[in-house]
Write a protein that binds this ligand. Structure first.
Ligand SMILES: [Zn+2]
Length: 570
C-alpha cells in the first residue's frame, strides 16, 4: 500500500512537471536580472516632449513595451537627489529612511554633514577625492572626509532584502557619476561605484572592497574619459530639427566654469582642471556610466546566476544640464536625445547578454525639474530667486532679542530647507523651545517668497491641519536630522547658492508638481505596453520589486504594490 501511494505520488509529480515547462522556458515570473535605472532630474513629461526626434530602442521602446505610470509624484517636500534615490531604493519616505536632504546639520558633530560621508571608509584611489577648488556640487563639497558608505540610510533597501532572501547569492551593484546616486541603490550589502571628477576614474570606498576587482582596474586603465579630450559636445542633428533650435543663447543659462552657453561646448584638454567636470555637464557623463555598466554586466556575469541579480544605474547628466541651462534649452533637448541613445545601447546590450525577457527594467527619476526663472518670466509666469544670506535679518533679530533677551545666538545653523536653533542657549536662558521656534518661524514667514514655515514641535505633536503642504512637510520630518524650522518656498521661487550669486539656471527641491512629477516605467520580463493614469508614488517601486521576486518589502517601505506590473508578468 505504502509503495502504491509512493508510486502514484511520483506519477503525480512527473505529471505536474510535464504540465508546466512552457512557463519556465518563456518569460519567467522571476527575472534573472532587475535593472533599476534612475535618470537624475527627469521630470515626468520630458521623454514625451522630445520623443519626436528619438530613435527606436530607448524611450520609444519603453513606451511601446513598458507599463508607463503617467501620474507618479513624490509626496514629501524636499525633492533633492539623495532623498529621491533613497526613496526609490527603500520604498520609504524620508521621515523614515532618514535621508531628509542632501546636507543636514549634525548636532553632535556641530557641523553640516554630507548625506553619505563616513570617515571610517576611505575611497580606494589616491588623488580621487572631491577637489574643493573645482567642485560644482555644493553639497558634496561640504563632506568632511573622502569616505563614503550607506550607513546613514536607516532602513533596508530592496537590494538588501534580495540579498537577505538569497543569503548573499544575488549580485548587487549601484553605478553612477554621483556617489549618492550609486551608494543609495546599492544598499548596505551591495557594491557601489561612482565617477571621480578629480581622477576621471570609477571609484569605490573601503566599505565595499579592500582592493579594486581586476576588471575595474582594467577598465580604469583604459582611461576612456580621455577620448573626449580636445573634442566638443556638438548637436546630434541640424539645429532646424530641434524645438529649441532658435534659442541656444539664453541670458539665464550659465557659463559654468567656462563651459560656454552655446554649442559647440568644448571639453578642452584632459589637463584642464575642469575637464572631468565638463564631461558630467554633458551627455559624456552618461556615456561613460554606460561603458562602466556594460563592463560590469560582462565581468560580473550579471543575470547569469541561479538567483535574481540587481543592477542600479543612475544617469546624472540630465541633472547637471538642467541646472546649468534649464530643462527648456537646446542643451537639455540634445541631452535627452543622447540619453535616449544611451538607453537604447544599454537595452540592446542587456538583451544580448541576459535577454530582455529575463530582465525586469524599472526606470524613474529622483525628482523633477523646474523651468528656469528667466524662461518662466519670458512666458509671463512670475518667478524669482531667493537669496537666504541676503535676507535683512536685523529687524527680526531685534524683535527676538526684545522677546527672549537673546537674538542671533538663538540660531545654530541654516541650510535650506532647515533652520536649526541653539538648544543649549535656549536651555541656559530658561526659554521654552516651542515658543522660540514659533517666534522664529513667524519672522521667516514674513519674508517675500516663503509659502510656509513649520516647526518641529508642531510636527512632533501632530497638531497640523490636514493640507497638502503640511502632509508633505511631515513626510520629510525626521526627529534627529530635520531642523527646528522647515522653510518652504512659494511655487516658482527657488533658493540659489544662498547669497544670490547666479550659479545656475534652475534649481529643484520643493513640494510643487514640477519637482515631484517623475516617470515610473516597468518594462521587459514579458510586460506589454500600457499607459496608466491613476496616481502612484515612486515609493511603490521597492514594494513592487519585492513582490515580483517574493521577498519581504524593505523595513520602512510604505508604498503599494503596483498591480498592473504583477498582472503583466504573470
Ligand atoms: Zn538629483
Amino acid at each position: 500500500m505504502l509503495m502504491k501511494i509512493l508510486i502514484s505520488g511520483l506519477l503525480l509529480s512527473s505529471t505536474v512537471l510535464i504540465a508546466t515547462p512552457q512557463k519556465i522556458g518563456t518569460a519567467s515570473a522571476k527575472p534573472k536580472l532587475i535593472l533599476q535605472i534612475t535618470v537624475d532630474q527627469l521630470r515626468g513629461d520630458l521623454p514625451d516632449k522630445f520623443m519626436k526626434n528619438m530613435g527606436e530602442g530607448g524611450f520609444r521602446w519603453l513606451k511601446e513595451h513598458g507599463i508607463w505610470y503617467k501620474n507618479a509624484n513624490y509626496t514629501y517636500s524636499n525633492t533633492e537627489t539623495v532623498v529621491g534615490h533613497t526613496t526609490l531604493a527603500t520604498g520609504a519616505i524620508p521621515a523614515i529612511h532618514g535621508m531628509v536632504s542632501n546636507v543636514w546639520y549634525d548636532r553632535v558633530k556641530k557641523r553640516l554633514v554630507y548625506n553619505i560621508e563616513d570617515k571610517r571608509y576611505h575611497i580606494l584611489s589616491k588623488n580621487a577625492d572631491v577637489d574643493d577648488s573645482t567642485e560644482v556640487d555644493s553639497s558634496q563639497a561640504l563632506a568632511g572626509t573622502d569616505g563614503r558608505s550607506p550607513a546613514n540610510i536607516m532602513v533596508s533597501t530592496f537590494s538588501d532584502e534580495l540579498s537577505l532572501f538569497t543569503n548573499e547569492k544575488s549580485k548587487i551593484f549601484g553605478v553612477s557619476v554621483k556617489d549618492r546616486g550609486a551608494v543609495t541603490l546599492a544598499g548596505h550589502n551591495g557594491k557601489a561605484f561612482w565617477f571621480s571628477k578629480t581622477s576621471g576614474e570609477f571609484i569605490t570606498s573601503s566599505y565595499y572592497y579592500d582592493t579594486y576587482p581586476d576588471w575595474v582596474k582594467k577598465f580604469n586603465e583604459q582611461k576612456l574619459a580621455e577620448r573626449y579630450s580636445d573634442r566638443s559636445w556638438t548637436l546630434m542633428y541640424d539645429k532646424s530639427k530641434y524645438m529649441f533650435g532658435n534659442s541656444d543663447d539664453n541670458p539665464w543659462e550659465e557659463d559654468y566654469a567656462h563651459f560656454g552657453r552655446v554649442f559647440p561646448h568644448a571639453y578642452k584638454s584632459k589637463d584642464n582642471k575642469y575637464f572631468n567636470h565638463y564631461l558630467t555637464f554633458s551627455p559624456a557623463g552618461d556615456e561613460l556610466t554606460l561603458d562602466f555598466a556594460k563592463a560590469l554586466i560582462e565581468n560580473e556575469k550579471m543575470g547569469q546566476h541561479e538567483v535574481t541579480d540587481y543592477l542600479a544605474i543612475s544617469f546624472s547628466s540630465t541633472d547637471y544640464v538642467g541646472h546649468i541651462f534649464g530643462p527648456s534649452s537646446l542643451e537639455a533637448e540634445d541631452n535627452m536625445l543622447r540619453l535616449d541613445k544611451t538607453l537604447a545601447s544599454l537595452f540592446k546590450y542587456v538583451d544580448e547578454k541576459v535577454g530582455l525577457d529575463n530582465t525586469l527594467i524599472v526606470l524613474s527619476a529622483d525628482h523633477g525639474a523646474p523651468e528656469a526663472p528667466g524662461y518662466l518670466a519670458k512666458l509671463g509666469i512670475e518667478a524669482k530667486w531667493i537669496a537666504p544670506l541676503k535676507w535683512n535679518k536685523k529687524p527680526s533679530l531685534k524683535r527676538l532679542e526684545k522677546k527672549f533677551g537673546v537674538g542671533q545666538a538663538l540660531i545654530e545653523a541654516f541650510f535650506p530647507p532647515y533652520l536649526y536653533l541653539n538648544h543649549k542657549v535656549i536651555k541656559e536662558k530658561g526659554l521654552n523651545l516651542a515658543e522660540v521656534q514659533k517666534a522664529v518661524a513667524k519672522e521667516i514667514m514674513d519674508i517675500d517668497g516663503i509659502a510656509l514655515t513649520v516647526t518641529s514641535t508642531e510636527m512632533r505633536n501632530n497638531t497640523l491641519p490636514d493640507t497638502y503642504l503640511y502632509r508633505a512637510a511631515l513626510k520629510n520630518f525626521n526627529a534627529k536630522r530635520s531642523g527646528d524650522i522647515l522653510i518652504l518656498f512659494e511655487p516658482h521661487c527657488f533658493a540659489n547658492d544662498m547669497d544670490g550669486g547666479a550659479v545656475m539656471a534652475s534649481n529643484h527641491g520643493g513640494p510643487w508638481t514640477y519637482d515631484t512629477f517623475v516617470p515610473v516605467i516597468f518594462a521587459g520580463n514579458g510586460l506589454k505596453g500600457k499607459q496608466i493614469f491613476r496616481s502612484v508614488k515612486p515609493n511603490d517601486i521597492a514594494p513592487t520589486l519585492s513582490a515580483v521576486v517574493n521577498v519581504k518589502a524593505p523595513s520602512g517601505a510604505n508604498g503599494d504594490i503596483l498591480e498592473e506590473v504583477m498582472e503583466g508578468i504573470k
